[in-house]
Design a protein around this ligand. Structure first.
Ligand code: COI
Length: 402
């Protein structure tokens, strides 16, 4: 019964990915007439194969590809040749196209600089062993960006602009998708307000960009994290669930304090009581307690991570019990003390599955037991990495092949 439900969920997601609602179809008048006639005659219907939207391209004169050391890829510092650009002019989307990656011309009064109306996304493209390029659940990033946009009073981004722009850009810079374990092309859609007006108001004009950078792993070692109770990342009905730039700005100072004390990241707690674990700076959080995968349930103050959702789906697919619920700091500490907590890790697009080796609370460092090949997080990480790079069958319908 349980596995039937899982299968139904997987199948419906597959269908959703295969049948975009308002994707542009290049049917032409003749094709449209034929299709309408056939549908009307009730004989049968068919869909003309989908094509991505053609965008104008201004190619670079000289590619920088040759200058990149693909064996030494720091995260987010090297950008590929091109970027995707589109503007919202207050009424409609314009200027959509691919151009050379270059500095922007921005009015100093642009609303984003003053009031922070800015949101972003993060996803990755992988090179399979056969050389093809694979995207991991890109539609989820489009949906989340629209949710973030609504919260920051910005127009939603049309699916065709996001999805087709993304795919066309990655195809154009396909040579920048690095081979090798742990490497990928990190894709950063970013969307911000450009009204040249210094008055607090929702901007009318916006810019949407997609940048890409060949990158190695975000974290190259196990993490020491500190439970944060003085500062908060997000309030109960704030912007925590949105991928808003301001959420990250507010996290910098407390994280810097934790770093100065020898930790890699903080674990945020709920703003109201500081008793419940929320998420970590760049990741959602998961624990294995007594053989159960335990993770804070989603709320308005937490980011709905795509990797978080994927790991939960994988755990359920494997028959592992999962609890999405309030997770109290006290129970995490208690489980660390009595040995029931066997794994702690973060999940995120950049971070993948990042092992946590130390959790600090109230000045005490608790050591998380080391993982081995049989640990859930090790197996999930391996499975997910293989799936993303085409080395594993994809029973979930998560992969888009370009
Ligand atoms: C991501 O995982 O894609 C993120 O956006 C986290 C971080 C790099 C800001």
């Amino acid at each position: 019964m349980g596995s039937l439900r899982i299968r139904a969920k997987i199948d419906s997601r597959k269908k959703e990915q295969d049948e975009p609602e308002h994707r542009l179809k290049n049917k032409g008048l003749f094709g449209l007439c034929i299709e309408m006639l056939l549908v009307l005659s009730g004989l049968f219907s068919f869909t003309i194969p989908k094509q991505t939207m053609p965008f104008p391209v201004k190619p670079v004169q000289h590619s920088r590809l040759e200058s990149v050391d693909f064996n030494n890829l720091p995260f987010g510092r090297v950008f590929s040749d091109h970027m995707f650009v589109a503007d919202f002019d207050g009424r409609q989307w314009t200027n959509a196209g691919i151009e050379p990656y270059a500095p922007l011309m921005l009015d100093p009064s642009s609303a984003v600089i003053h009031y922070g109306q800015s949101i972003f996304e993060g996803l990755k493209a992988y090179r399979s062993e056969s050389g093809s390029i694979l995207l991991f659940r890109p539609i989820e990033n489009w949906k989340r960006m629209c949710n973030s946009a609504i919260r920051l009073n910005m127009p939603e981004i049309p699916r065709d602009i996001f999805m087709d722009g993304l795919q066309e850009l990655v195809k154009r810079d396909a040579k920048w998708v690095p081979p090798g374990e742990g490497n990928s092309l990190y894709i950063r859609p970013v969307y911000f307000a450009t009204d040249p007006v210094i008055g607090v108001h929702p901007s009318e004009q916006y810019k949407f960009l997609i940048l890409t950078c060949p990158s190695g792993p975000y974290y190259s070692h196990d993490l020491k994290v500190r439970i944060e109770k003085t500062y908060s990342r997000a309030s109960r009905s704030g912007t925590g669930y949105a991928k808003a730039a301001g959420n990250y700005a507010g996290a910098l100072y407390p994280t810097q304090l934790a770093k100065a004390a020898g930790y890699d990241q903080v674990i945020w707690t709920d703003a109201a009581t500081n008793t419940k674990v929320e998420e970590s700076g760049t990741m959602n959080l998961m624990f294995v307690i007594d053989g159960v995968l335990v993770t804070p349930s989603l709320s308005a103050s937490k980011l709905a991570g795509v990797t978080r959702d994927s790991v939960i789906e994988i755990a359920r697919y494997w028959g592992m019990p999962v609890e999405e619920r309030d997770v109290y700091v006290s129970e995490v500490v208690e489980a660390l003390r009595n040995g029931k907590l066997t794994e702690a890790f973060g999940t995120g697009t950049a971070a993948n599955i990042a092992t946590i080796s130390v959790i600090a609370e109230e000045g005490v460092d608790y050591t998380v037991p080391p993982v081995d090949a049989s640990s859930f997080s090790t197996r999930a990480s391996l499975f997910l990495n293989n799936l993303k790079s085409g080395g594993e069958d994809d029973p979930f319908g998560w992969i888009t092949k370009l």
